[in-house]
Design a protein around this ligand. Structure first.
Ligand SMILES: CC(C)(COP(=O)(O)OP(=O)(O)OC[C@H]1O[C@@H](n2cnc3c(N)ncnc32)[C@H](O)[C@@H]1OP(=O)(O)O)[C@@H](O)C(=O)NCCC(=O)NCCS
Length: 143
């Protein structure tokens, strides 16, 4: 069983990317933050997460320009959650961010997802001035 993270490269990849995000939205109603898909914008990397030949999740990694990468729109297909895929997604996302030259990962977590990021080694950023209610800024150094 192999995981990989790759930019959507054809219409059907984009359809899967949007399908997973839609289903996560409908299932959990968890996305408080709106992030448009800057499909061609430099420094923004919408990515589809694959297990073998099956797309099972999405993430968008944004280069923040200060050596940090923001991990946004983290989602695993609702039918496949709770099986370790989300942990694998974070591992692959960290590898991707390191390859971009980033030394730090930042997430803006909903209250419900804090435990997921803690399990992945993120800690709440006590210096953050995140004013949005119900969102925690969390960080992890990328070794
Ligand atoms: C959050 C999400 C990506 C996790 O994916 P997943 O495949 O269910 O997670 P995993 O099964 O790999 O779990 C990994 C670890 O995180 C923990 N975890 C997962 N979801 C959690 C949650 N909501 N609260 C607390 N801990 C959680 C698991 O217990 C596991 O811990 P362990 O390694 O100590 O056993 C997925 O549930 C999802 O897409 N949720 C809806 C969208 C969302 O909330 N995204 C984050 C928004 S900021």
């Amino acid at each position: 069983m192999a995981y990989r993270l790759a930019p959507p490269c054809c219409r059907s990849d984009w359809d899967e990317y949007h399908r997973i995000r839609q289903e996560v939205l409908l299932e959990s109603q968890k996305y408080a933050l709106e992030h448009p898909d800057e499909e061609d914008e430099p420094g923004h990397h919408p990515l589809l997460f694959w297990q073998d030949d099956r797309p099972i999740g999405t993430i968008r990694i944004d280069e923040l320009g200060d050596g940090a990468a923001a991990m946004r729109l983290v989602a695993i297909d609702p039918a496949l959650q709770g099986q370790g895929h989300g942990a694998a997604l974070l591992t692959e996302a960290e590898r991707f961010a390191r390859a971009l030259g980033c030394g730090r990962a930042v997430v803006y977590s909903t209250t419900e997802a804090i435990g997921y990021y803690e399990a992945g080694g993120f800690t709440e950023d006590e210096w953050a001035d995140c004013e949005i209610a119900g969102v925690a800024q969390m960080v992890k150094a990328l070794g």
